[in-house]
Write a protein that binds this ligand. Structure first.
Ligand SMILES: *[C@@H]1O[C@H](CO)[C@@H](O)[C@H](O)[C@H]1NC(C)=O
Ligand SMILES: *[C@@H]1O[C@H](CO)[C@@H](O)[C@H](O)[C@H]1NC(C)=O
Ligand SMILES: *[C@@H]1O[C@H](CO)[C@@H](O)[C@H](O)[C@H]1NC(C)=O
Length: 475
C-alpha cells in the first residue's frame, strides 16, 4: 500500500512533459491479466505473481515469476499508448531477481511494433529493442542491448556482465534523441556512447584509404645492427671442441695393433660461440605503416537509426530452472521519471532484501544442522541399543546420503541435458544476420573484449570477489 501511494505521488510530481507508456509493478492481483500468451507453441511455461523466499517488501517485491522448469515463455502486453520515440528519449527499465541459482535462462524484454500480434509471438517476431540479462553456463553471460535497424538486429559491441546473484537488480537502457545511449545496472553506468560507434548498423564514417601506398623510403625496421660494435680481439669463435691437452698415450698402446693414437676430444673452454654484433633501435624507424583514413564514400548518417514506433512490451525467453522474478517494468520518455521510479521501487527495498536473504540463508543453514543433529542423535541411540541396530541406523544414514548424491547427480545430468536442449533450440532459431557479418562482429567484439580484459586486469581486487558478495557491497 505504502508503495502505491509513493508511486501515485511520484506520478503527480513528474514533470508535465514526462510520458509513461508502460508501468508495471505487479502489485495487484490482476497485474498479469494484460500479459497475453503466445499460441505458437502449446507448452509455454506459466507465469505467476510471487515475492519469493526473501524480499525487502512483501508487496513491492512481488513480481512476475517464471514458474515452470525448462520452458519457453512468450507473453506480450500492450503499452498504454503507442510510443513514437523519434526526437524523444526512450527508457526501458526493469528489475530481475534470480531466486534460483541461475544456470541457463534469459531475463530480457523486447519492445515490439504496434503491428505485433501477441498470439503469433515467437523468436522470429520483429522487434525494435531487446534488452536485459541472458545467462547460459559460465561462458555465456551478457546483458543484451539489441537495436533493430532496417529489419536486422544489432547487439551492442560492449560486453556487459549481468548480475547473477540472488538479489534484485535494476537494468536501464536509455536511447537518446541525439543518437547516443546509456546502459545502467543498479544506477551505475555500464556503457555509453554513440549508437554509430557501438552498433555495426551504419557503414563506418571513415575507412583506410584503399589507394594509399607505403612510401618507398618508409623505414619499418625497428632495430638495426650496431655499426660501431666490433668483434673483440680475444673472441674465440672456434673450434668448439679440441683434443684433450692432458690426455696421454697409454703405455701399452701398440701402434701396429691399435693404429695411430689420438687424444679424445673435449669442449674448448675458450670457445664463446659465433660472434654477433648487438642490435640497437633504428633511429630512422617510422613505425608500422598503416594507410591513412579517408571519409567513407558509402557512409550515410540516418536520423531514424534508434527511432521506433512501439506498441507492445514482450517476454520471449527460455529458462532451465524456474524462479526468475521480473518486476518494476517501465517504458517512458523521461530519464528523471525513470530515476525517481527506481528510487521509489527497487532502491526503496533492496537494502532490506539483502537482510532478508541473509536471514533466509541463516535459517537454511540452521535447519540443515538441526536435521544433521537429529540423525546423529538417532544414530547414537542406536549405538547404545546394540551393534545390530547401530549398523542398521548407520546403513540407513549412509543409504540416505547415497540416495541424495544419486538424486543430485541425476538432477545435474538433467540440467545439462536441458541446457543442451536449450542450445539446440536456440540453434534452430537462426539469427537475422548472415554468418560473415556475425564473424566480423565477433572479431570486433573480441577486440573490445581484449581491451576490457586489460582494463579489468587492473581491477583484480574486485575481480577476485565472488559476484554475490560484490553485489551486496555495492548496493
Ligand atoms: C559517457 O560518459 C562519460 C562519463 O560520464 C562522459 O564523460 C562522456 O561524455 C559520455 N559519452 C557520451 C557519448 O555520452
Ligand atoms: C534517485 O536517488 C539518487 C540517489 O539518492 C539521486 O541521486 C537521484 O537524484 C534520485 N532521482 C530523482 C529523480 O530524484
Ligand atoms: C528438464 O526438462 C524436463 C522436461 O523437458 C523437466 O521435466 C525437468 O524438470 C527439467 N529438469 C530440470 C532440472 O530443470
Amino acid at each position: 500500500m505504502k508503495l502505491s501511494i509513493a508511486v501515485a505521488s511520484l506520478m503527480a510530481l513528474a514533470s508535465a512533459s514526462a510520458r509513461v507508456y508502460f508501468q508495471e509493478t505487479f502489485s495487484e492481483p490482476e497485474s498479469l491479466d494484460r500479459w497475453i500468451p503466445s499460441k505458437v507453441r502449446d507448452d509455454y511455461g506459466t507465469i505467476r505473481l510471487a515475492t519469493g523466499k526473501w524480499y525487502g517488501d512483501e508487496k513491492a517485491g512481488q513480481g512476475l515469476q517464471l514458474a515452470s522448469e525448462a520452458r519457453f515463455y512468450a507473453y506480450s502486453a500492450k503499452l498504454d499508448r503507442n510510443f513514437n520515440t523519434k526526437g524523444k528519449d526512450l527508457v526501458l527499465q526493469f528489475t530481475v531477481k534470480y531466486e534460483q541459482i541461475i544456470d541457463c535462462g534469459g531475463a530480457y524484454l523486447k519492445l515490439l511494433p504496434p503491428s505485433h500480434d501477441p498470439a503469433k509471438f515467437d523468436g522470429d517476431s520483429e522487434y525494435a529493442v531487446m534488452f536485459g540479462p541472458d545467462v547460459c553456463g559460465q561462458a555465456n553471460r551478457r546483458v543484451h542491448a539489441i537495436l533493430n535497424y532496417n529489419g536486422k538486429n544489432y547487439d551492442n559491441k560492449k560486453e556487459i556482465l549481468p548480475r547473477t546473484d540472488q538479489l534484485t537488480h535494476q537494468y536501464t537502457f536509455w536511447v537518446k534523441p541525439d543518437q547516443t545511449f546509456e546502459i545502467h545496472i543498479d544506477n551505475k553506468l555500464q556503457a555509453n556512447g554513440t549508437l554509430e560507434d557501438f552498433y555495426d548498423a551504419l557503414p563506418p564514417r571513415e575507412i583506410p584509404d584503399p589507394d594509399a601506398k607505403k612510401p618507398d623510403d618508409w623505414v619499418d625496421e625497428a632495430s638495426i645492427i650496431d655499426p660501431s660494435d666490433k668483434k673483440p680481439d680475444d673472441w674465440v669463435d672456434g673450434p668448439a671442441r679440441i683434443p684433450d691437452p692432458d690426455a696421454k698415450k697409454p703405455d701399452d698402446w701398440d701402434d701396429d695393433m691399435d693404429g695411430d693414437w689420438e687424444p679424445p676430444m673435449i669442449a674448448n673452454p675458450e670457445y664463446k660461440g659465433e660472434w654477433k654484433p648487438r642490435k640497437v633501435p633504428n633511429p630512422a624507424y617510422k613505425g608500422q605503416w598503416v594507410p591513412p583514413n579517408i571519409p567513407n564514400p558509402n557512409y550515410e548518417s540516418d536520423e531514424d537509426f534508434g527511432a521506433y514506433v512501439i506498441g507492445y512490451v514482450g517476454l520471449d525467453i527460455w529458462t532451465v530452472k524456474a524462479g526468475t522474478i521480473i518486476d518494476n517494468i517501465l517504458v517512458t520518455d523521461d530519464i528523471d521519471y525513470a530515476s525517481e521510479f527506481g528510487n521509489t521501487t527497487w532502491a526503496n527495498y533492496v537494502k532490506a532484501e539483502i537482510e532478508s536473504l541473509e536471514k533466509y540463508e541463516e535459517e537454511e543453514a540452521k535447519s540443515l544442522s538441526e536435521e544433521y543433529d537429529k540423525l546423529k542423535t538417532e544414530s547414537d541411540k542406536g549405538k547404545s541399543k546394540g551393534a545390530d541396530e547401530e549398523e542398521d541406523v548407520v546403513d540407513e544414514l549412509e543409504k540416505d546420503e547415497l540416495d541424495e548424491e544419486e538424486e543430485e547427480e541425476e538432477e545435474e545430468e538433467e540440467v545439462e541435458k536441458n541446457v543442451t536442449e536449450a542450445e539446440k533450440e536456440e540453434e534452430a532459431e537462426p539469427e537475422d544476420e548472415d554468418e560473415d557479418e556475425l564473424e566480423d562482429e565477433q572479431t570486433e567484439e573480441d577486440e573490445i573484449k581484449d581491451k576490457d580484459d586489460e582494463l579489468e586486469d587492473e581491477q583484480t581486487e574486485d575481480e577476485d570477489k565472488p559476484q554475490d558478495e560484490y553485489a551486496r557491497d555495492e548496493l
